[in-house]
Write a protein that binds this ligand. Structure first.
Ligand SMILES: [Zn+2]
Ligand SMILES: [Zn+2]
Length: 567
């Protein structure tokens, strides 16, 4: 790889350990991190995670999913030794299937993460990817990187931090984590293992910043399980619970609470069934985990059912949205039923969630969210947990990751307080040398790819920008035919879309547009009309001005002039 600009000259021929994020530094989502090892012109790369993010609200019309632009590593894919996945959340694995054809490197994942990825591949009907299943807490080599997985608690099974040993030192890449002495799934934290890593010496710590400005420690998943069990035991009518479908511990807690209360668990939503299947396959739920299909819901008495359903983020096609609109084929709720949001509303989804909650309130259901009761905990570390991590790892260099700018800043300040020698406050695309001599050395091209229908479109290409404008001001299209000599042939035509049909005086907007076209054509002398592009521009300006005067807004205006040869 050529390294120009800031990096030129430095470390020429010498080995370096570098780091760059294609996504995840400056947003929560789209995590895709690269480690490079070797001299500037002959580096081998390791990719850690390859996830998606979601657009916020109506800002990106027509776009459901956003992927990191992989062009930097795509150009050097011969040097990409492998892709290691820390855990199966969409913001970490969601882009793997679509971007893999551009990267073509072996994938490494633990059994549950691999199972979730394979389940997704199966649904998409795509070819198998080369997934190497590695054991939990295993150690393996990927090119020049000696990788040891370190299990940490999170809101999904098998979250694996990476201790990456290289000839230039060790990096500890935390992934998403929290400290949980009593997790429902997976073993309790092995503090000794982290402390030993710190004693061995860690050059750089790349660390989760999601909750970096929340003081204290997050409650344990077991506390949530206890609270849910109590609420369900005391409920009189039906109980419905929605949560993040990948939270297997929560699913397990709900199943156990239902059973303890003498209720049956009914599961609604494909994503939940997929996760439960993978969790049974990999041993995180018992083979006999009892769940009924949604078709059985209506046969159960109100006090003998717990419904677990998708849609905690207000997703319009998920089970809960359809239930709240009383349009679900099998499930209906009524006055006095209890709905528990065992989740946190991700920023950007507030309106969609509120819409569902209002619908449920109209039906007469009682709502319970994490504001009223301990029905959810975050899977990310608060400041006391971060402090303990710094205490064990004692890194020389800290790179805050997994956060918006404000989260990264809070993490950086905390890192300094705990005595880190160097904090590198990086954003996506900034290439930093972690060792030797830590510094920002160069920039990599980064960006966002929109999944637009079947295509991946770079954000900068602009179809979405055009759509935003269309949404705000509509469009007027005018067509007209001219002969070679500049005579008007036939009548000009116009189409208006997204523009009001009448002016305040009751004049049809279409007539106003056609009058403006006529007036303009009449005002252009015959000779000048031979220049079709001048005519088109004059008509465009006149139409836009006329509509602006009547409406107060300027629509997008396109004029197509056909020049006909005959006569
Ligand atoms: Zn994440
Ligand atoms: Zn996660």
């Amino acid at each position: 790889m050529s390294q120009q600009g800031r990096g030129a000259g430095r470390g020429k021929g010498g080995d370096e350990l570098v780091f760059v994020a294609l996504g995840g530094l400056g947003e929560i989502g789209m995590n895709a991190y690269l480690y490079g090892c070797g001299p500037a012109d002959a580096r081998r790369w390791l990719m850690v995670d390859c996830g998606i993010t979601f657009p916020e609200g109506e800002f990106d019309p027509g776009i459901d999913v956003i992927l990191p632009d992989p062009r930097f590593i795509e150009e050097n894919r011969g040097d990409l030794a492998g892709i290691v996945l820390t855990h199966a959340h969409e913001d970490h694995i969601g882009a793997v299937i679509e971007l893999w054809p551009r990267l073509k490197a072996p994938i490494y994942a633990t059994p549950f993460t691999a199972g979730m990825l394979r389940a997704k591949i199966g649904e998409n009907g795509r070819q198998q990817l080369p997934i190497n299943v590695v054991s939990l807490d295993g150690r393996f080599k990927v090119g020049p990187f000696d990788i040891e997985l370190v299990s940490l608690a999170h809101s999904i099974p098998e979250m694996s931090a990476l201790a990456i040993r290289t000839s230039l030192g060790t990096v500890f890449h935390t992934g998403d984590w929290k400290l949980d002495a009593t997790p429902l799934i997976g073993k309790p934290l092995e503090e000794g293992r982290l402390a030993r890593l710190g004693e061995e010496g860690v050059q750089a710590l790349i660390i989760d910043s999601t909750n970096a400005y929340r003081e204290g420690s997050s409650p344990s998943e077991r506390d949530v399980a206890k609270s849910l069990a109590e609420i369900i035991a005391n409920a009189k009518g039906r109980v419905a619970i929605t949560t993040f479908s990948s939270n297997v511990a929560r699913i397990k807690a709900v199943g156990e609470a239902a059973e303890a209360a003498g209720r049956q668990l009914v599961v609604a939503g494909r994503a939940l069934h997929r996760v439960i299947d993978v969790a049974i396959d990999t041993g995180y739920l018992p083979p006999g985990f009892k769940r009924l299909e949604q078709e059985q819901f209506s046969y159960l008495r109100r006090d003998e059912v717990v419904l677990l359903c998708t849609g905690s983020q207000g997703e319009s096609r998920a089970a809960l949205a359809r239930i709240s609109e009383e349009e679900h084929p099998d499930v209906s709720l009524s006055k006095g039923d209890l709905i528990i949001f065992s989740s946190r509303t991700i920023p950007g989804n507030e309106k969609a969630v509120a819409r569902i909650q209002n619908n449920l309130a109209r039906i007469g259901c009682d709502l319970l969210t994490d504001r009223e009761a301990l029905v959810h905990v975050s899977g990310h570390p608060r400041r006391d947990e971060l402090r303990r991590m710094y205490g064990w790892i004692k890194p020389r260099v800290v790179v805050p990751m997994h956060g918006e700018a404000r989260h990264l800043k809070a993490q950086g300040e905390l890192a300094r307080e705990t005595g880190a020698q160097t904090v590198l406050p990086l954003l996506d695309g900034e290439i930093a040398r972690l060792a030797p001599d830590p510094a920002v050395i160069d920039d990599a091209p980064v960006g966002r790819l929109f999944r637009d229908g079947r295509l991946l479109v770079p954000e900068a290409d602009g179809p979405v920008r055009a759509r935003r404008k269309l949404a705000a001001v509509g469009i007027v299209i005018v067509t007209l035919c001219l002969s070679r000599r500049g005579e008007l042939l036939g009548e000009p035509q116009a189409v208006l879309d997204g523009v009001p049909t009448e002016t305040a005086d009751g004049e049809a907007m279409l007539d106003l547009v056609l009058d403006a076209v006529d007036g303009t054509l009449r005002s252009i002398p015959g000779k000048s009309r031979k220049a079709a592009d001048l005519v088109a521009e004059a008509v465009r300006r006149a139409v836009r001005a006329a509509v602006h005067e009547a409406w107060g807004k300027k629509p997008i205006c396109k004029v197509l002039v056909n020049v006909i040869d005959s006569k």
